[in-house]
Design a binder for this molecule. Structure first.
Ligand SMILES: [Zn+2]
Ligand SMILES: [Zn+2]
Length: 271
């Protein structure tokens, strides 16, 4: 049996409460499918999720974290919370700021509050020189405007769980953002999204689970976990007419570069 080509889950929520009792097994199942790195996203209404993500990144040699406040919770972002998340953003095991952004589909927070929080985090990312992990839904113009006005190109980042159109993708690519596909790309009714995937340059493509959400076919509707990334990788490879190993290799290289993971690879080999 040939070894599995490694892959990187660029977006999962390992701090999710439901995962706690079997987190070790979940990580093991992910590794068994070839996951080399888990990027766990700390993003809740306060700094608790960020804190938990950073702790996980220190506990596990193959877990690395990002920190932020989700647009849903932007209304809860006060100065003290922002300062505590900003302090965590400086942690050596933190490789990005996010997920942050705008969600006008749910509008869980007033749009002005979402915009205010988003701008603060783009500035923070520039200050700590780390890429931005963006959640954007039903807010393409405002997302691009804020990224442009706040100089996000300086650090770039990822449009996570991409569901926008090709024109948004092109603008995001121009601004230095890679495009990350989740299990949604495997859904039967996602033909338009697969068409977008076909026009993304291979060196700008990433894959993610967004676990525990958005499980890919054939697990759709159930709790997602990083090991299911293999399904998304296989599906996306066939969509793009690529060999699955080639898709894994390309997306892994892209994620390594985007999050600067080589420096951690050295530490992994030494210890
Ligand atoms: Zn998201
Ligand atoms: Zn997420």
């Amino acid at each position: 049996m040939t070894a599995l080509e490694p892959m990187i889950d660029t977006h999962c929520h390992l701090d999710f409460e439901d995962f706690a009792p079997e987190r070790e097994q979940i990580l093991e199942r992910g590794r068994a499918e070839g996951i080399r790195w888990f990027v766990t996203i700390g993003s809740g209404r306060d700094e608790a999720s960020s804190h938990a993500a950073v702790a996980l990144a220190h506990e596990h040699r193959d877990v690395i974290a990002t920190v932020g406040v989700h647009p849903h919770d932007a209304r809860c972002l006060d100065d003290a919370t922002f300062e505590r998340v900003a302090a965590l953003a400086r942690d050596e095991r933190v490789v990005g700021v996010g997920e942050v952004g705008l969600d006008y589909h749910y509008d869980h927070s007033p749009r002005e509050e979402q915009q205010r929080a988003f701008r603060l985090f783009v500035r923070l990312a520039r200050e700590v020189k780390k890429p931005i992990v963006i959640h954007t839904r039903a807010a393409p113009e405002d997302t691009l405007t804020i990224l442009r006005e706040e100089g996000a190109r300086e650090v770039g980042g990822v449009i996570h769980c991409f569901t926008e159109d090709a024109s948004f993708a092109r603008s995001a690519l121009d601004l230095g953002f890679d495009i990350s596909f989740s299990g949604i790309v495997t859904f039967k009714n996602s033909e338009a999204l697969r068409d977008v995937a076909r026009v993304i340059p291979t060196d700008r493509l990433l894959i993610e689970t967004d676990a525990p959400y958005l499980a890919p076919i054939p697990h759709r509707g159930r709790r997602n976990e990083p090991s299911y990334l293999a399904k998304t990788a296989a599906h996306l490879a066939s969509t793009l007419g690529m060999d699955e190993r080639a898709l894994r290799r390309a997306t892994t290289l892209n994620a390594m570069a985007r999050f600067g993971l080589s420096r951690f690879e050295e530490a992994r080999q030494e210890g």
